[in-house]
Design a protein around this ligand. Structure first.
Ligand code: URA
Length: 211
């Protein structure tokens, strides 16, 4: 089966800000600010094919037909907890988008994903979901989150991250070949603790200052 595309966002501003975020000496404030800015920039790319409709407006000079998006049709689904670090930036660009949350952890004994929180808007069949998590590492949480999101039957799903490991991309594409992946970087590999190398460390800890 053919896979939906992997969109590698190579814009110089995105790459510059990502470099600053990777630096181990970036403070929590700097890291969080940069993630917000990057999320805004990446929002341009991930919403590039959003449908528009023409509405009539009046400029100071005359009436015209002009395109608008229907932001309410978009749902940013944050994969807890690190996904929350991307919400502010995304919502600045699409302020009337809806927001969903997917909370899951891996049971250490069974290694199965256990869902502890799931909240999405109503009428999902009319909405397009962008699932967000800064890190696509093993791909297991992304797959489990998208399994759950599919259970409410949205119109479409994309996956937006900052960094992806080749293994995470392969795992997500194998399980959900219809879900396009948007990332600012594809890093080399995972280490034995499933951290992305060279990566940027633990995204949740760096966003929330918990380490
Ligand atoms: N999650 C993180 O926060 N960092 C990684 O490198 C991998 C998963």
């Amino acid at each position: 089966m053919t896979h939906a595309q992997v969109h590698h966002i190579t814009h110089p501003l995105v790459q510059h800000k990502l470099t600053l975020m990777r630096d181990r000496n970036a403070s929590t404030t700097t890291f969080r600010t940069l993630l917000g800015e990057l999320s805004m920039l990446m929002a341009y790319e991930v919403t590039r094919d959003m449908p528009t409709q023409m509405v009539e407006i009046e400029t100071p000079l005359e009436k015209m037909q002009s395109p608008v998006i229907d932001g309410k049709k978009l749902v940013f689904a944050s994969i807890l907890r690190a996904g929350n670090g991307m919400l502010d930036g995304l919502l600045r660009v699409v302020p009337n988008a809806r927001v969903g949350f997917v909370g899951l952890y891996r049971d250490p004994a069974t290694l199965q994903a256990v869902h502890y929180y799931f909240k999405m808007p109503a009428d999902m069949d009319e909405r397009d979901v962008i699932a967000v998590d800064p890190m696509l590492a093993t791909g297991h949480s992304a797959v489990a989150a998208i399994d759950k999101i599919k259970s409410v039957r949205p119109r479409s799903i994309k996956f937006l991250c900052l960094l992806a490991a080749p293994q995470g991309i392969a795992t997500l594409q194998a399980a959900h070949p219809d879900v396009a992946i948007y990332t600012a970087a594809i890093d080399r590999e995972l280490n034995s603790h499933s951290y992305i190398l060279p990566g940027l460390g633990d995204a949740g800890d760096r966003i929330f200052g918990t380490k």
